[in-house]
Ligand binder design. Structure first.
Ligand code: AMP
Length: 285
């Protein structure tokens, strides 16, 4: 595996690969890799000749007071996992390489980037859209894989790629979960053993929503109330938001008459976790 830390060198290598007719697949990450990340890399591997992964904890998507400094980092372990999964190139820039002195340009995706995660974390999607645009220009991938775990992020990037005519295909990979349903996340490393047990309420609340809809419940207020009650059962849990939205527009839904997306953000102690599930009403007879 080649490790490249300079944007210029990465661009040169990407141009060379493209000129040689190689299909470049790309998985951007913030590192501290887990099976969720690796699953996206396997999807990329299958569909491309060269797998490029980036590890960059992007400062512009964190607000002051968020966990930028505390975000878990383990380069040696990540490098081993990347070797094993068959990564060809690791792009591993530092913050000064991505945002040198005098940096002034940002990408904003309106509406989709302002609701839910965007409302809870102002500036978050501006940081994400900006860094992903930069990474696409540096790595020049034919396809890039994102996780359904961060479903709104995937939608924001798809919107941006379409709006800005970026020549890259976006593929979305399924959520990888622990055995008890907790969605894998680098941030799960923050949880104490008690909090780790409490953290299963996110998946349980989503499952409860899915089961209620399958049993015929159509009223979103009722569903959200029962999800809140489930979260309330965990001592360390505090709801940030629970929403049921149209999976394309992310606009709230009141009555369920087609597939919807249930999403939630929950603080477990001081750790903020997110999860989501597509929910489909049973066929009418
Ligand atoms: P991150 O390192 O958290 O920025 O995540 C990098 C990519 O991995 C993003 O596209 C995430 O959506 C994806 N990802 C994170 N957790 C999971 C998971 N549990 N299952 C599938 N994809 C994931």
């Amino acid at each position: 595996m080649q490790v490249i830390d300079s944007a210029k060198d990465m661009q040169r290598e990407a141009a060379r690969l493209r000129a040689a007719g190689r299909v470049v697949g790309f998985v951007p990450t913030m590192g501290y890799l887990h099976e969720g990340h690796l699953s996206l890399m396997r999807i990329a591997r299958e569909r491309s000749d060269v797998l490029v992964v980036s590890i960059f904890v992007n400062p512009t998507q964190f607000r002051p007071g968020e966990d930028f400094d505390a975000y878990p980092r383990d380069y040696e372990r990540d490098a081993r996992l990347l070797q094993d999964v068959g990564c060809d190139i690791l792009f591993y820039p530092n913050a000064a390489e991505m945002y040198p002195d005098g940096y002034r340009t940002y990408v904003i995706v309106e509406r989709l980037g302002d609701v839910l995660e965007g409302a809870a974390r102002p500036g978050f999607f501006r940081g994400v859209a900006t860094v992903v645009t930069k990474l696409f220009n540096i790595v020049q991938p034919h396809l890039a894989i994102f996780g359904q775990k961060d479903v709104q992020q995937a939608a924001v990037i798809q919107r941006m790629v379409q709006d800005l005519n970026l020549p890259v295909e976006i593929v979305v990979g399924p959520i990888i979960r622990e055995q008890d349903g907790l969605a894998m996340s680098s941030r799960n490393a923050y949880l104490s053993p008690e909090e780790r047990r409490d953290a299963t309420v996110l998946y349980k609340a989503l499952t409860r929503a899915r089961e209620a809809v399958a049993a015929g419940e159509r009223d979103v207020e009722t569903i959200i109330a029962s999800m809140e009650a489930m979260i309330g059962q965990a001592a360390s849990a505090r709801v940030d938001y629970i929403a049921v939205v149209n999976p394309q527009t992310f606009e709230p839904v009141a009555q369920i008459d087609r597939q919807v997306l249930a999403l939630l953000a929950v603080f477990i102690g001081s750790t903020r976790l997110i999860d989501n599930m597509l929910v489909t009403p049973a066929n009418r007879h």
